[in-house]
Design a protein around this ligand. Structure first.
Ligand code: KG4
Ligand code: ZN
Length: 376
């Protein structure tokens, strides 16, 4: 059934609103038809604001979300060709009888967790305001599940997707999470393992900070690593691959960050200021993270006889990770699903798609709450 969903995500430092029109027909029988129209997908990044701190400050991010949400909403509605002249999304306190223009949508989907609590609440409260005024039901969405569903973007006319991909092993790697999840069907998940300390994206961000590269660290490290030439190297850099040989599916990245810190501290001023060192370190950090992620994922895929590996989250935008996963998935004859890069990092289109699958769980706005530690 064709539905229009207005989706909101403010789980971290991006203010995201999208309007998605979906008709994912026959998914009980095997998802034979994916009719997905992302009518708008607006992301207002706070990168510049947080760059000077090298990480996200939740209270600062919350204030920015509050400021950005009405602006982002207007842009998302306009891009989706909804009329916004005289558009009011809040009933004026001075004039409670203001006529409000209600966009023709069926649902509001909003990320309720996991994420940074103050940030989540801004998006959820905004969704509740809209739902109350527009008289629309809210679909609560899990951010991790949304990163997985981002994989449906760009897929169309797929016959029997279900029988092609399940069981699947999903690797969700972002700034806040690193989880390996066994997915037996849409909505059926089992967490196989996760990070015991820092997330993979967090490790990229912290290492970038040590090396004096910008925020977010992932793209900054990837850019330096791409300039690295093995031949030009006059010294050796070697970092650990934490937990790579352990039988479980857990991860740990804080030791890698500490190893980077010690290496940096112990180098001479001349070396640590050199381009060669920064590039060599960036390449080694990236490869250490990629090695651990690929090795654990393949191990899980083998153990659970997965037909596919599904990637999601900001770190899945990493070129090397995508390239090396592709090679390995061909070698192991397992299907690989990776979203287009802009749908790997936080966005609300993925929240709208996930919302579509959960539309029967839509609730009255009064019942919606946040759970910063929500599990899949
Ligand atoms: O999914 P996301 O946008 O937000 C969270 O849910 O956390 O992920 C953000 C994380 C950041 O840590 C960022 O450094 C990392 O994803 N990231 C990357 C790349 N692009 C973003 N890491 C490695 N390579 C990239 N190209
Ligand atoms: Zn995310």
């Amino acid at each position: 059934m064709r539905k229009k969903i207005l989706a909101i995500d403010t789980s971290c430092d991006d203010t995201c609103i999208a309007i998605v029109e979906a008709n994912l027909g026959g998914f009980k029988r095997g998802l034979t038809r994916i009719n997905l129209h992302i009518k708008s997908n607006v992301v207002s990044s706070q990168v510049k604001l947080h760059a000077k701190y090298g990480g996200v400050y939740p209270t600062l991010a919350k204030r920015e979300h509050q400021k950005n949400l009405p602006i982002v909403l207007k842009r998302a509605l306009k891009k989706a060709n909804f009329p916004i002249s005289n558009f009011e999304f809040q009933i004026s306190k001075k004039n409670p009888n203001t006529k409000i223009q209600i966009p023709k949508i069926d649902f509001i989907a909003v990320t309720v967790g996991p994420g940074l609590e103050p940030c989540l609440w801004t998006g959820v409260n905004f969704a509740k305001d809209l739902a109350r005024i527009w008289k629309k039901p809210i679909i609560p969405v899990n951010h991790i599940e949304a990163h997985i569903f981002a994989n449906l973007v760009g897929k169309s006319q797929i016959s029997n997707l279900k029988s092609q991909i399940f069981p699947a092993v999903c690797l969700v790697v972002s700034g806040g999470h690193t989880q390996l999840i066994l997915m037996n069907d849409f909505g059926k998940y089992k967490i196989l393992g996760e990070t015991r300390d820092d997330a993979a994206g967090e490790c990229f961000d912290k290492c970038a900070r040590i090396l004096g590269l910008g925020y977010p660290g992932g793209p900054a490290i990837a850019a330096e690593a791409a300039k690295f030439k093995v031949k030009s190297l006059k010294f050796k850099v070697s970092l650990p691959r934490p937990m790579i040989n352990q039988k479980n599916f857990d991860f740990s990245f804080s030791g890698l960050k500490t190893a980077v810190l010690y290496d940096f501290k112990n180098r001479s001023r001349k070396i640590k200021k050199s381009k060669e060192y920064i590039r060599a370190m960036a390449a080694e950090i990236q490869q250490a993270i990629v090695d651990v992620l690929i090795s654990k994922t393949l191990k899980a895929a083998e153990e659970f006889r997965a037909k596919s590996i599904i990637l999601g989250g900001g770190v899945a935008a990493n070129n090397e990770l995508r390239k090396q996963f592709k090679v390995q998935s061909l070698r192991f004859k397992v299907k690989l699903l990776v979203p287009p890069k802009i749908f790997c990092t936080d966005n609300a289109a993925m929240v709208g798609i996930t919302g579509y699958f959960h539309r029967l769980e839509a609730q009255n706005w009064q019942k919606i709450s946040v759970n910063a530690n929500l599990r899949i």
